[in-house]
Design a protein around this ligand. Sequence first.
Ligand code: GLV
Length: 381
Amino acid sequence: MSQPLTIADLKTRARRRVPKMFFDYADSGAWTEGTYRANEEDFSKIKLRQRVLVDMTNRSLATTMAGQDASMPVALAPTGLCGMQHADGEMLAAKAAEEFGVPFTLSTMSICSIEDVASVTSKPFWFQLYVMKDRDFINSLIDRAKAAKCSALVLTLDLQVLGQRHKDLRNGLSAPPKWTLHHGIQLATKPFWCLDMLRTKRRGFGNIVGHAKNVSDLSSLSSWTAEQFDPQLSWADVAWIKERWGGKLILKGILDEEDARAAAGTGADAIIVSNHGGRQLDGAKSSISMLPRIVDAVGDQIEVHVDGGIRSGQDVLKAVALGAKGTYIGRPYLYGLGAMGKPGVTTALEIIRKELDVTMALCGKRDIQTVDHSVLAEMPF
Ligand code: GLV
């Protein structure tokens, strides 16, 4: 098989290797998937400004995100069920990110636990928190993340009620898969995935099962989130979570200027402009189209990051040009992981780094820290 050159190549390979219900879980948006598509399409509307005869030597992509070093302005986003794209997926992805020098964010809804990831990494990773009604459990998750020396808490604000992804319902998504004919057929066609999965014991929600009270089976993500996630989460909760955590706090899921101002007022370290990869409010605007307005509203008070629709290093450059200090990739690294395990995550990061570096050079810049809207042909949004 030829060398994967694009994130789309990794996606094609992942589709071949990963059982349909887990591939589809990653490759879904809510309802019509309009916002999921808009996240990608709006990046392609942004045009770059070609410059010539400028010194292109000694280029640097190094930056910081929430005060932490990153070899390029890209972090691995928190993604649920990452360990179902490949056995021990979160541990493999965290190691790949550590070697590459970019932050890795572990989801609350991961398969490998906080402790599993800590056991294979030597640098701090980030932990993403979902807030459930059981506050004792939330406190214990925060304390476990502290004990594992996580260096930032990413608090997700946009998923107290789950957006409907039709594919997950049609596929009967569950982790681990069920002993049904429907799932059996999906698994039978993916023997390499199954063999890897048989070699690990990590096949359920590692942060939750055995830790939260009265939870032994949360295989059905949609019914479990509906029962357990706290729909009353408010700005006041952000205050106590910040206090209990006591470290760097990043608020994820801001898509509106008014919410951005409230988020800046909490004293958090950064916000992520995000519509949850188009998986929550279908019909919402794309993340990249909202970025400039949010940067205008709060960019002088708080660091602004963005996720949603990034499929190339060119997209990263465009996001930075529109004021993002950092970006996050979810699906691109999941496709790499599903396709090839840890080397696939590294390949996804390498593809993005190369595209970012060459694009920056051809726009006449040598240092990512100096990239601003002058690299754009016109302001698109
Ligand atoms: C969880 O974060 C999901 O989007 O499924």
